[in-house]
Design a binder for this molecule. Structure first.
Ligand SMILES: [Fe+2]
Length: 428
């Protein structure tokens, strides 16, 4: 379900709508669920429902291979000027926000793919200078990884299969700079065969050394790809990444790292999240990690103007346990040193019983400074079930709330968010 607040002419219009995925339509028409929740397959035992689904597919009742089984409930992205809802077990669904603030599903989009295209990450990377969107998919059958791009006209180009990733790992996000794409190879292995044994598809391999794979983003094949050991790094979400321009040949990634990874399958609430500055030295093939705070942080965002370019400020949610977010902090990357140190320069905690959504930075109209703008988020009180859409001043030391809209319904904790400008909406 997508929750929207459309602000126009001094009025806020709230809307909650399911994305009308093929799974949603099929199950709504039947009145009961037919496909297992693929995310549930990561962490729970779904053998019985999977076998039932297999029987329905074999008897011709449904065709998930042609129509997908995704829930489009993980993130939202603008791709070639259109708005999409995404989940990493399907391709994107195009949606629109109508003039009166309603949300409508346009449909499943394959971007005129020149090849079979059934799965895409929920975290593609948009280059504001070229209008291109870089993306990937991971899958439990070789090649476990594929890199591809969608151009500014919305056409998907042929993907680059990556066979040098030797096992299927959980690759939730990646990083893209002006010249490179960087993939994490985490300690979380995806093994669908385990479903048949009544076990989770996710297995943690603590013996494995995590790696980062660096490949030119316009690569025609993987011949120039390098995998570099990155001990202790199980990357979850990337806030930004860039290449240092001092000729040192370094890539910097600002990302959340899953600590105590051994709990990810059975007790995800025990997984701690650290926001880190990760520096890859391309010459020495060395990775260094610098934690930016002792707080448990995830869902890092930036001023989108700086995507793929060196920037100073990152905003991140303070996570109690995934996905419960207690507040938001502002991180000043200029304070990061080789010794680490706390780079948090501003924070706002939402208060007892209150949890927020992923915070989003919105630049003030005409702003010149990177942090001249607002942070917006949904905040819900678990006890009263009241929800607000709040607007915070990103420049103030306490991230002051400068506006709040009380919503007519509760907005539950969710995954990712997006802010879309009126000018972008009008172009759709
Ligand atoms: Fe995510």
């Amino acid at each position: 379900m997508i929750h929207t607040v459309k602000i126009s002419s001094g009025e806020a219009t709230f809307c909650s709508r399911f994305v009308k995925t093929n799974k949603y339509i099929a199950e709504r028409d039947l009145g009961y669920p037919i496909y297992p929740n693929m995310f549930g397959a990561f962490t729970s035992k779904i053998t019985a429902s999977l076998l039932l689904t297999a029987a329905r597919i074999l008897t011709g009742q449904f065709n998930p291979f042609a129509n997908g089984v995704g829930t489009a409930n993980t993130s939202l992205a603008l791709i070639a000027g259109e708005l999409f809802a995404l989940v990493e077990t399907d391709i994107p669904y195009q949606i629109t926000v109508t003039e009166n603030g309603d949300v409508a599903t346009v449909g499943r989009r394959d971007f005129d793919s020149p090849e079979s295209f059934q799965i895409m990450t929920a975290h593609p990377k948009f280059d504001p200078e070229t209008g291109e969107t870089f993306s990937f998919r991971y899958f439990p059958i070789p090649p476990f990884l594929k890199l591809f791009r969608i151009d500014s006209d919305g056409k998907k180009h042929k993907s680059v299969p990556i066979y040098s990733m030797k096992n299927c790992s959980f690759v939730h996000d990646f990083a893209v700079t002006k010249r490179f794409a960087v993939f994490p190879d985490t300690q979380i292995a995806i093994k669908p065969i385990e479903i048949l044994r009544g076990k989770s598809t996710m297995r943690v391999d603590l013996e494995k050394i995590p790696k980062l794979g660096v490949i030119p983003r316009y690569a025609a094949d993987e011949s120039e790809m390098h995998w570099i050991d990155a001990p202790g790094l199980n990357l979850l979400h990337t806030a930004n990444s860039w290449e240092e321009e001092d000729g040192g040949g370094e890539i910097v990634i600002i990302a959340s790292n899953m600590l105590s990874i051994e709990h990810v399958v059975e007790q995800i609430e025990l997984v701690d999240l650290s926001m880190e500055k990760i520096v890859i030295d391309l010459a020495t093939k060395d990775v260094k990690r610098y934690p930016l705070s002792d707080l448990h942080l995830d869902f890092g965002v930036i001023n989108p103007k700086y995507a793929g370019k060196k920037n100073r400020y990152v905003y991140a949610a303070v996570v109690e346990s995934i996905p419960k977010m207690l507040g938001v902090v502002k991180i000043d990357l200029s304070r990061s040193t080789a010794e680490g140190g706390d780079c948090v320069v501003a924070r706002r905690m939402y208060g007892p019983g209150c949890y927020g959504s992923e915070p989003i930075f919105v630049a003030r109209e005409g702003a010149e400074e990177e942090d001249d703008g607002y942070l917006v988020a949904y905040v819900s009180n678990e006890k009263t079930e009241e929800s607000h859409f709040v607007v915070m001043d990103a420049k103030s030391a306490t991230l002051d709330i400068v506006a709040a809209v009380k919503l007519p319904r509760r907005v539950p904790q969710g995954f990712h968010s997006i802010f879309v400008k009126q000018t972008e909406l009008l172009k759709m």
